[in-house]
Design a protein around this ligand. Structure first.
Ligand SMILES: [Zn+2]
Length: 236
């Protein structure tokens, strides 16, 4: 696919569809592919990881035409992005709110920084799938029926793919990051756990701790390959 010339990289060329609204009433946006959706890429389900939305946007802005096969969600948690919080506007960690068999009601602990203990508490929601952003993302997956979903997170610097799929191995090779089968702690109610229960292939692409400039140089070209080349990774 032809890419847009650099002077045009400042803007997103096409309008998205709304697939729902956040708790604050902000549209949840998806850029749909030209053809059947083989891959859904979403970023910023954690509002404290805005670099994932930024990098995915930089990749999307290079495309001269819609992706042939990829749907793109730049911010699965827009309330968290504008408020700078990991959770949504109601203080819920959306990645612990999915209706999984192992969903837990107790608070979710996370790290303030990589050096800190997991001692900052968030709610997993009033019940499984209680949040509008969670319900909307489930609805979007059921609508698009992607073969694979890639969830962008930061800053654990790994490719987490329980299936060790060809696409997961390709991402590990392209990024130079390790391919792992889990992040080392339980994630009840996470999108990945929900996807596994739905027999949906989910890969978690964890950016490293890096400046946005470094992420653009290393990871945006890989995201552009994913968006433009249906054969990238050999999975499709
Ligand atoms: Zn995250």
């Amino acid at each position: 696919m032809k890419l847009r010339p650099r002077p045009q990289w400042g803007t997103i060329p096409r309008a998205p569809d709304a697939y729902g609204r956040s708790a604050l009433g902000i549209p949840l946006e998806v850029w749909r592919p030209a053809g059947p959706c083989a891959l859904l890429l979403f970023a910023a389900i954690h509002g404290e990881e805005p670099e994932t939305a930024f990098a995915l946007s930089r990749a999307l802005r290079q495309l001269a035409e819609p992706s042939p096969h990829c749907a793109v969600v730049l911010a699965a948690n827009p309330d968290g992005v504008i408020r700078g919080t990991r959770g949504n506007a109601r203080g819920v960690d959306l990645n612990r709110n999915f209706p999984t068999d192992d969903w837990q009601a107790q608070p979710v602990a996370h790290r303030s920084t990589l050096e800190d203990p997991q001692d900052v508490l968030l709610s997993p929601g009033a019940g499984p799938g209680s949040e509008p952003e969670t319900k909307a993302l489930i609805g979007l997956v059921k609508d698009l029926k992607p073969r694979t979903v890639i969830a962008l997170h930061a800053p654990l610097a790994c490719i987490d793919d329980a299936n060790e799929s060809p696409l997961g191995r390709w991402l590990a090779q392209q990024t130079g990051m390790p391919l792992v089968k889990g992040v080392g702690y339980a994630t009840p109610g996470s999108f990945g756990t929900w996807g596994a229960e739905q027999k949906l292939a989910v890969i978690t692409y964890e950016f490293p701790l890096a400046t946005t400039d470094a992420l653009v140089r290393t990871h945006v070209p890989i995201l552009v390959r994913l968006l433009t080349d249906p054969a990238a990774g050999g999975a499709r």
